[in-house]
Design a protein around this ligand. Structure first.
Ligand code: ADP
Ligand code: ASP
Ligand code: MG
Length: 457
């Protein structure tokens, strides 16, 4: 039996958290593979530093080095620390060289290379903490493991097929010998050998990719909340922990804003029927949330609500566009050239409207301008919108549910700008102005989440 255990930034962010996470790993009786994020705050620090290069070079190195050595020295005794420093100096030299290398700065993946540095050092500390606790452990980078990535800078996807054969060759032998591999999350390697990150929060996805490649029996995502909650606890502090979810529910919520899982985490494990647990590394005794194939329905009208902010609607008008599918196809093709995510599409006789991230609007408009003149009569952009994703059992087959939900939205004085119902059988999504979004979520949560019973259906 193999468990892949992923520890997030807060779970490896301090000496105490690292100690606790090492204890959780030691207590796991299955064979295990560990994946870790950077220590909390480090990736943001690197993202900001990368924007100020080359001037920030020395500051980045000094602060980065100090932070990691401080934490390691509180965990490891003299001899253990000496061992750690040998590995640390090697990796630090590579990082320093990267920041000095003017030709590397020209690579499209330069920012990926810099922002993925945090994972290389958090995993090293965790590996040495495990050794200090008596385990056999090895720190492996995504390069060492051959985690294969492809796609645009800072939003890569893993090639599952290539990754599987590499992991079987490079990682499985350690597990077979009882050694715990501690692997960097967040990034894979392009065919050209360069680091490519999977988007912010991407270590969950890395862990799912590794679980898929290892044919693991379980994936555990260790974080700082008790499990997958009925809403972001930062919006509604009395959010309820969900005991059990199915893959579709978790995937929809993660895609539409539930930050507890990277939006792409579910697919690699769903493909191989690998159950996923979300657990709190600060309270390991809590049972957490299990996400798997089947789940007995409960009677709650809503199980969870997620919020995706900073979105815009681009509406493209053209007479009788509905009768010109080739024009809609051209527009979508143009948008797709930028690999942007389209969160929703709606059409009418003379308009097709797309919901996209605010940051993508400029490049989409530039692409649309390259379409032949006369095709498009007008383009309108409405920004600062948020998408609310409501997930519930048989949400769409229950009579009157949509009416109830939109009555609640009215109570928050929010105008609904776009609706998507029926695209997925577990969720109902709609767009409201950012300024009303958290009120909508609070009202929906307070009115309709919880209170259901297993006998309800
Ligand atoms: P990690 O560093 O462990 O990956 P993240 O910060 O990425 O942790 O994700 C955990 C955070 O996600 C929680 O602290 C919580 O604030 C936020 N969150 C948003 N939506 C949800 C939800 N539905 N359930 C649980 N946590 C959520
Ligand atoms: N360290 C990366 C980030 O902050 C990846 C992760 O935490 O999952 O985005
Ligand atoms: Mg995360």
């Amino acid at each position: 039996m193999i468990t892949v255990m992923k520890f997030g930034g807060t779970s490896v962010g301090t000496p105490e958290a690292l100690q606790r996470s090492a204890g959780i790993i030691m207590n796991e009786s299955n064979s295990k593979v560990v994946v870790a994020s950077a220590m909390s705050g480090i990736t943001n620090f690197l993202v900001n530093g990368a924007e100020r290069l080359p001037e920030s070079r020395h500051d980045i190195i000094a602060e980065f080095e100090k932070k990691h050595i401080d934490v390691a020295s509180q965990l490891l005794n003299g001899e253990q620390m000496d061992d750690f420093m040998k590995d640390f100096d090697q990796r630090m030299k590579r990082f320093r060289d990267l920041l000095e290398d003017e030709s590397a700065a020209k690579s499209p993946y330069y920012v990926d290379n810099i922002t993925s540095q945090g994972e290389r050092f958090s995993t090293l500390i965790l590996c040495h903490a495990l050794r200090a606790a008596g385990a056999k452990a090895v720190a492996l980078t995504s390069e060492d493991c051959g985690i294969s990535a492809e796609g645009s800078p800072q939003s890569g996807s893993a090639n599952l097929h290539k990754t599987e054969s590499m992991i079987m060759m490079k990682v499985k032998p350690y597990v077979d010998e009882g050694v715990i591999p501690v692997i960097t999350g967040f990034y894979g390697i392009t065919d050209g050998g360069l680091p490519l990150t999977f988007g912010r929060g991407g270590s969950d996805y890395s862990a799912a990719v590794i679980a898929n490649a290892m044919n693991a029996d379980l994936l555990e995502i260790w974080t700082d909340v008790d499990g997958f909650m009925s809403v972001d606890p930062r919006i509604v502090p009395d959010a309820i922990k969900i005991d059990e979810m199915n893959f579709s529910e978790a995937a929809e919520l993660a895609y539409f804003g539930a930050k507890v899982l990277h939006p792409r985490t579910i697919e690699p494990v769903r493909k191989k029927h690998i159950p996923l647990k979300v657990k709190n590394s600060f309270k390991p005794e809590e049972p957490g949330t299990i996400i798997h194939h089947l789940r007995k329905p409960r009677g709650d009208m809503l199980r969870s609500v997620a919020l995706k902010t900073d979105l815009s609607i681009i509406s493209i008008g053209s007479a009788e566009i509905a009768f010109h599918p080739e024009m809609v196809a051209n527009i979508i093709e143009k948008i797709a050239e930028n690999e942007v995510v389209i969160y929703s599409i709606s059409t009418s006789l003379s308009t097709v409207a797309f919901l996209v991230h605010n940051n993508d609007v400029k490049s989409i408009l530039a692409k649309l301008n390259t379409l032949g003149s006369g095709d498009i009569e007008r383009i309108e952009v409405k920004g600062d919108l948020a998408l609310v994703c409501a997930v519930g059992d048989n949400l769409l087959s229950k009579c009157g549910v949509s009416a109830e939900i939109f009555t609640a939205v009215k109570e928050a004085s929010a105008n609904v700008e776009m609706i998507s119902e029926g695209a997925s059988d577990v969720s109902l999504n709609f767009v409201v102005p950012m300024s009303r979004a958290t009120d909508v979520v609070k009202i929906l949560h307070n009115k309709y989440v919880g209170g259901g019973t297993d006998e309800g259906l």
